[in-house]
Write a protein that binds this ligand. Structure first.
Ligand SMILES: Nc1ncnc2c1ncn2[C@@H]1O[C@H](COP(=O)(O)OP(=O)(O)OP(=O)(O)O)[C@@H](O)[C@H]1O
Ligand SMILES: [Mg+2]
Length: 396
C-alpha cells in the first residue's frame, strides 16, 4: 500500500480519501524512512503539499538507489516552473496539484504499474493480527487518556508501525481534544453501517494525527446509547486486521461497551494512583475481571503520579492489589502542560521521565510482554462455559 507523508491532519484525511484503503500516513521524512525500512515492497510515496521542496528533492535522490522501484508522487499547493524543474532534475515522475485528488490517484496507480512491470505483482496487504491494548481505570481523572494517547504515539515508533486509538469513553471522550483535533467523523457513524461494516468504510471515519489514526468518540453524550457492545467488538476486530496496535481509551466505568473491549484485548493497562478510593476500586475492578474471565492474559498495573507523597506508597499498592507495578509515572507539570498544548509529552519531550517510562512500556508491549508483570488472575481457573459464550476471549 502507498505511504503518504503529510503533517497536517486535515490534508492527510482529505488525501487518504483518494488513496487505496490501508494507505499508511506518516508525519515527516524521518518517519517515512522508518516505514520504508520495514516495507521493501512499497510502490509509491505520496509527498503531501506541506512537504518542503528541498526535502522532496533530497528524498528522490536517496530513493533512486535505495528504493528504485518506489515511485514518488509530489503534491504542491502551487505548480510553479521552479517545482517542475526541481522534480525533473531528480526524476520525480509525477507533480500534481494538491487539490487534484483524481490526478493523485492516477499517478499512484501508474507507480503501481511501473513497480509491477519490474518486480511482479505488488504483494497483497497482509492481514495483520494487531494487538488490542485497553487502558482502563474505574476512577476518573487518573490519567487514562494521557496514558492511552502517549502509549499510542510511542507504539507508532515514529511511523514504523500502524497505530489506531479508539476512544471508548463514549459519553465524554477527549482523545481528539487532547491532540487538538476536531474530528469530522466519529464512531457513531458506524452505527448505521453496522451490518455491512468493513475497513474501507471504517477508515473514512478515522482522524489522522501525525503517525496515529483516531476513531473519535461521539460529540454528544446521548449518542453513547446508540453504540452497541457488538459494534464495539466488530470495530476492534476490523481495526486489528489493519493496524499493528489498537489502543483503547475507556470511560471510568464497566459499561457493556468497555467490557466488550476487554473481551477483544490482548493487554490491559490498569491505571491507579496513590489514593485509597482508587486502589479500592481498582481491586474491585480486578475481581470483576476475574469473575468474567476477562483480560485474563496480560494485565499491567500502571501507577500514575507514583511519587506523590500522600501516605500511601507504591509498595502498599502492590500489596493491596497483589500485583507488581509494571510502570510508574511521576507527577509532573510538564504532563498537564503537554495536554493543554495538544502535544503528547512523548512527542514534545521524549527525554522526560514520563515519556521514557511510557516508551519503555510501549517497547515491552511490542516485544513479548512485560517480564514478570503479567498476573494471571483467574486465568488458571477453569473457564465457566456460560460466561465464555458471552465474553469468550477472541481465539487467535
Ligand atoms: N503524571 C502526571 N503528572 C501531572 N499531570 C498529569 C499526570 N497524568 C495526568 N495528568 C493530568 O491529569 C489530568 C487528567 O488526565 P486524563 O485526562 O488523562 O485522565 P483520565 O483518567 O482520562 O480522566 P477521565 O476519567 O475524565 O477521562 C490531565 O490534565 C492530565 O494532563
Ligand atoms: Mg479520559
Amino acid at each position: 500500500m502507498p505511504v503518504l507523508v503529510e503533517n497536517d491532519a486535515a490534508w492527510a484525511s482529505a488525501l487518504t480519501a483518494g488513496l487505496p484503503a490501508g494507505t499508511q500516513v506518516v508525519a515527516g521524512i524521518a518517519q517515512l524512512d522508518n516505514w520504508l525500512a520495514n516495507q521493501p515492497a512499497e510502490y509509491a510515496v505520496v509527498l503531501g503539499p506541506n512537504t518542503e521542496l528541498d526535502d522532496a528533492v533530497a528524498l528522490a535522490e536517496r530513493l533512486v538507489t535505495a528504493h528504485p522501484t518506489t515511485g514518488i508522487v509530489l503534491l504542491r499547493h502551487e505548480l510553479t516552473s521552479l517545482v517542475f524543474q526541481a522534480a525533473m532534475r531528480v526524476g520525480i515522475p509525477a507533480v500534481i496539484a494538491a487539490d487534484d485528488i483524481d490526478g493523485m490517484g492516477a499517478a499512484v496507480e501508474r507507480a503501481r504499474q511501473v513497480f509491477e512491470a519490474v518486480r511482479g505483482p505488488v504483494p497483497e496487504a497482509a492481514e495483520r493480527d494487531g494487538k488490542v491494548i485497553t487502558v482502563f481505570s474505574p476512577k476518573g481523572g487518573v490519567g487514562k487518556t494521557t496514558v492511552a494517547v502517549n502509549l499510542a504515539v510511542a507504539l507508532s515508533g515514529s511511523g514504523a508501525a500502524r497505530v489506531c486509538v479508539v476512544d471508548l469513553d463514549l459519553a465524554f471522550g477527549d482523545v481528539a481534544i487532547t491532540l487538538q483535533l476536531i474530528p469530522e467523523h466519529t464512531i457513531v457513524e458506524a452505527v448505521e453501517a453496522e451490518e455491512h461494516l468493513d475497513f474501507s468504510l471504517l477508515e473514512t471515519l478515522l482522524t489522522r494525527h501525525e503517525n496515529c489514526s483516531i476513531l473519535a468518540a461521539p460529540t454528544h453524550p446521548e449518542a453513547k446509547e446508540r453504540i452497541s457492545p457488538a459494534l464495539v467488538s466488530k470495530v476492534l476486530r476490523i481495526l486489528r486486521q489493519h493496524f499493528d496496535y489498537v489502543v483503547v481509551d475507556t470511560s471510568p466505568a464497566f459499561d457493556d461497551q468497555v467490557l466488550h473491549a476487554f473481551d477483544e484485548s490482548d493487554d490491559c493497562i490498569l491505571v491507579a494512583t496513590l489514593d485509597v478510593p482508587t486502589v479500592k476500586n481498582v481491586k474491585v475492578a480486578l475481581e470483576t475481571l476475574d469473575k468474567l474471565n476477562l483480560a485474563e492474559g496480560r494485565r499491567h498495573l500502571l501507577l500514575n503520579r507514583a511519587d506523590d507523597e500522600v501516605g500511601l506508597s507504591p509498595a502498599n499498592v502492590e500489596q493491596l492489589l497483589k500485583m507488581p507495578v509494571s510502570t510508574a509515572l511521576p507527577s509532573s507539570f510538564a504532563v498537564a502542560n503537554a495536554t493543554n498544548h495538544g502535544r503528547p509529552i512523548v512527542l514534545s519531550r521524549p527525554d522526560h521521565p514520563v515519556s521514557k517510562a511510557l516508551i519503555k512500556l510501549a517497547h515491552d508491549l511490542s516485544s513479548t510482554g512485560i517480564n514478570g508483570s503479567a498476573v494471571q488472575r483467574g486465568g488458571a481457573q477453569p473457564i465457566d462455559s456460560d460466561k465464555r459464550r458471552v465474553f469468550g476471549r477472541r481465539k487467535k
